[in-house]
Design a protein around this ligand. Structure first.
Ligand code: SAM
Ligand code: SF4
Length: 432
């Protein structure tokens, strides 16, 4: 039996796809390259922006003929859009066997078994199951690469950013226990991961009592993960500025990867818009956290997320965003046009920035961000950089830049590459 998983959206969605696959892998499924050679497909959906949701719904529709060709096949739809639109998806797409929203991920293994045990039995009878003992070949589902594994440390979000649907589809914050996180990171390191990516919506707000009842906070967790045998780098995404404090900065000093790059979403450079977004910081407060990071680690690279065209955003607000980007100098930026999400606070306001103005601001913002991204890459040409080999003579530097090189490659090794050029936002180099 073969399984194919498609994850839309953020890295948490990709990481969740590993958990969603687990009960099927335990049943004897093995990874397929695509739907055509799969007996089961899991679509892990995203609803953060309308465009992401539309792509997921379109793929569900396109899998109808796939299912009709062989009604024994299984289609599972999970994740954030499944949470928001569960009932509607069941009605509109009767070829879907199971819809499981993001809030039910803890119950998911039981829900899958209850709903689909009979179908799985029939499938293994007709297709034959892989031996339980056989290791799954290839990249573990949900891993970024054979050397980079995600570990989700918290779910949900306690913030209420006015544009954001995450708190309503993922619920309030819950933290995975200290020992559970370390056990998962150890198991992934033993399976070949050299870089661990700690994930959460406000990942540095993590805190939990350990088995002895002592409260542990994110900086301690970060150091404990970095100390695991075989772990060469630890990264985390996305930190919230509020929890960037002395304790975190002190912990970063000891952690390769974490002190070299930070992805901290800014959203806007205008205090007026940040207030309407309910981001809980202003432009000066955000830059103060960045300055503290840069003081402690002068070569740290910063990347960010920005939304353009939030309701009532004026040309003056947008100019402040451009100004702040000039000071932030991000090494890369994910820039989005505002997308109203039903049920959020800001969706009650008119989406009053015209589409062509959003488009124009996005293009102008991207032009500024491209200049910094290209500058950061150009500055590395001629330099020797440490790369974690992810296989196929491809890997990433400690500060997150992609690198391809000519020469030997061994997944999981750290190697020194001399950068000689750039192509498609990737450094090209030679092994030293
Ligand atoms: N938790 C992270 C934080 O606090 O910044 C971000 C999580 S969100 C899933 C990822 C990014 O999507 C956000 O940083 C934001 O830039 C973007 N985003 C979220 N809601 C959006 C919306 N309604 N329209 C456009 N972009 C949105
Ligand atoms: Fe959404 Fe804000 Fe929570 Fe990030 S912090 S997930 S943007 S509500």
């Amino acid at each position: 039996m073969r399984l194919h998983v498609v994850a839309f959206g953020c890295q948490m969605s990709v990481a969740d796809s590993g958990e969603l696959a687990a009960p099927l892998l335990a049943r004897g499924f093995r990874a397929a390259d695509g739907p055509d050679d799969a007996d089961a497909v899991i679509l892990n959906t995203c609803t953060v922006r309308q465009h992401a949701e539309d792509r997921a719904l379109s793929l569900i529709g396109r899998l109808k003929p796939w299912k009709e060709r062989d009604p024994g096949r299984v289609l599972i739809v999970s994740g954030c859009a499944a949470e928001r639109l569960g009932g509607w998806i069941r009605e509109r797409f009767p070829h879907v066997d199971l819809v499981v929203g993001a809030k039910s991920i803890e119950d998911y293994p039981r829900l899958v078994e209850e709903a689909l045990a009979a179908k799985f039995d029939a499938l293994s009878e007709s297709r034959g199951s892989f031996a339980q003992a056989e290791a799954a070949a290839g990249l573990p589902i949900g891993w970024t690469s054979a050397a980079v594994a995600p570990v989700t440390i918290m779910r949900g979000c306690n913030y209420s950013c006015s544009y954001c649907i995450v708190p309503s589809v993922r619920g309030r914050e819950s933290y995975r226990p200290y020992e559970t996180v370390l056990a998962e990171a150890r198991a992934k390191a033993a399976a070949g991961a050299r870089e661990i990516l700690l994930l959460g919506q406000t990942v540095n707000s993590w805190r939990a009592a350990d088995a002895d009842g002592r409260e542990r906070r994110f900086p301690e967790l970060l150091k404990a993960v970095a100390a695991i045998d075989g772990v060469a780098r630890v990264r985390f995404e996305s930190p919230h500025p509020h929890f960037v404090d002395d304790a975190l900065i002190a912990a970063l000093a000891d952690v390769p990867g974490a002190r070299d790059h930070v992805h901290m979403p800014l959203q806007s450079g205008s205090d007026r818009v940040l207030g309407l977004m309910r981001r809980s910081y202003g432009a000066a407060g955000f830059m103060d956290k960045i300055s503290r990071l840069r003081e402690a680690f002068p070569s740290i690279e910063v990347s960010t997320d920005i939304i353009v065209g939030f309701p009532t955003e004026t040309e003056d607000d947008f100019a402040r965003t451009l100004e702040l980007v000039e000071r932030l100098r991000p090494s890369w930026t994910y820039a989005f046009k505002y997308s109203p999400r039903e049920g959020t606070e800001s969706a009650r306001e008119a989406d009053d920035v015209p589409a062509e103005v959003k488009e124009d601001r996005l293009a102008r913002l991207n032009a500024v961000c491209d200049r910094f991204a290209e500058g950061a890459l150009a500055a590395r040409i001629g330099r020797a950089v440490e790369v974690l080999d992810e296989g196929g003579a491809y890997g990433r530097t400690r500060d997150g830049f992609r690198v391809k090189w000519k020469g030997p490659s061994e997944t999981g090794s750290l190697r020194t590459i001399r950068a000689r050029g750039v192509s498609k936002r990737t450094l090209l180099g030679e092994c030293e």
